[in-house]
Design a protein around this ligand. Structure first.
Ligand SMILES: Nc1ncnc2c1ncn2[C@@H]1O[C@H](COP(=O)(O)OP(=O)(O)OP(=O)(O)O)[C@@H](O)[C@H]1O
Length: 332
């Protein structure tokens, strides 16, 4: 039975996820006015449950659910079973992919799981011919991301937080719930007696994100009741400023050439050199320099005044070296 004729589904009234989705669609009209198939990244948790229901109401019979089985914790099977049961009730087609999300030495388990998850979601979206994958991160996730970025001393790309629409692995991803808080979504689901799964690791204070959510955000909420809106505004300002810096870096790389000529780099101010080099490393070599590495690279470039001067600096999984008149990044 299709979603629109399903009495179980039709009985659920619209809630905050519907409002946020419709606001998002108004803001991104062009991209979403004519979608064929739309996929929801459905973990079984509260946020993606609310998004799945709102999306299925918005696009009856065009919505599919995608679930990534992480195989990391014992609960992964239970999450998958829960998703199967719910999608059967709502008659929403569900697809699943298993990933081996073990992390490499030095890599955080959360980062490894995220990398595998995006790859699996993109694979499934390709296989099912979905136009876009919707993720259920909300306003509180955005604030957590901002605080996490501040705690790490991040630059503008980190402070810009999570974009509402982006592309990865050739697939469009979107986050339509960034304007709504997590509590509103949960309260609404509870009022409708809709069940969801709780990830037990969300209470584990060994993870910094959980400490932010459980300990820091309640204190911030007390001191700054409007923090969701004001923090989101700051993230938006940072995102806009980052766009300008990327445009400037593109112009500067046109002038210096790619790979950048050392003499041409030296004609730029130190801040512009740093900006151009960060962009060059990120866009063309998929790596990022720490603040200290970048300072050292700028020092070596400044000192490179004669043929005899060399440049040699380890950054990410490679080294930046001098190759005659230009810089070169050599993966190792
Ligand atoms: N196992 C999964 N399968 C499919 N999508 C997932 C999975 N885990 C997370 N996602 C998607 O990525 C988003 C962000 O992941 P995160 O780990 O922050 O979510 P979560 O804590 O599982 O929250 P929720 O499921 O309540 O949205 C989720 O909202 C969901 O859309």
């Amino acid at each position: 039975m299709p979603v629109k004729n399903n009495p179980l589904f039709a009985a659920i009234p619209a809630g905050p996820a519907d409002a946020a989705l419709s606001c998002f669609l108004t803001e991104n009209q062009e991209q979403f006015s004519d979608v064929g198939r739309i996929a929801i990244a459905y973990s079984g948790g509260a946020d993606s449950t609310a998004l799945l229901l709102a999306a299925a109401r918005q696009w009856p019979d065009k919505v599919i659910a995608l679930h990534v089985h992480h195989g990391l914790q014992d609960a992964a099977d239970a999450f998958w079973q829960h998703c199967q049961q719910q999608c059967e009730v709502w008659r929403i087609p569900l697809f699943e992919q298993h990933v081996d999300a073990r992390h490499l030495p030095g890599e955080s388990p959360e980062d490894a799981a995220r990398v595998h998850r995006y790859r699996a979601l993109a694979d499934m979206a390709h296989q099912q011919h979905a136009d876009c994958v919707l993720l259920a991160q909300h306003a509180d996730d955005q604030v957590e991301t901002l605080i996490l970025a501040l705690s790490r001393g991040a630059g503008l790309p980190g402070l810009a937080c999570m974009p509402a629409v982006f592309e990865r692995h050739g697939v469009c991803f979107a986050r339509p719930l960034l304007s709504v808080g997590g509590e509103a979504l949960r309260n609404w689901l509870s009022e409708q007696n809709i069940i969801w799964t709780e990830d037990p690791t969300n209470q584990d204070r060994r993870y910094i994100r959980n400490r932010i959510r459980l300990d820091v955000l309640p204190a911030i909420a007390k001191a700054f009741p409007e923090y969701r809106q004001t923090f989101a505004r700051s993230a938006t300002h940072a995102a806009h400023a980052q766009i300008l810096l990327s445009e400037l870096a593109e112009q500067d790389l046109q002038m210096t050439g790619n790979p950048p000529a050392i003499k041409a780099l030296q004609t730029l101010s130190t801040a512009r050199q740093a900006n151009a080099l960060r962009y060059w490393l990120r866009q063309f070599h998929h790596t990022a320099a720490s603040t200290r590495q970048l300072e050292e690279l700028l020092r070596q470039i400044d000192a490179c005044q004669t043929r005899g001067h060399s440049i040699d600096l380890k950054i990410g999984h490679g080294v930046v070296v001098r190759n005659n008149a230009v810089l070169q990044y050599r993966p190792q």
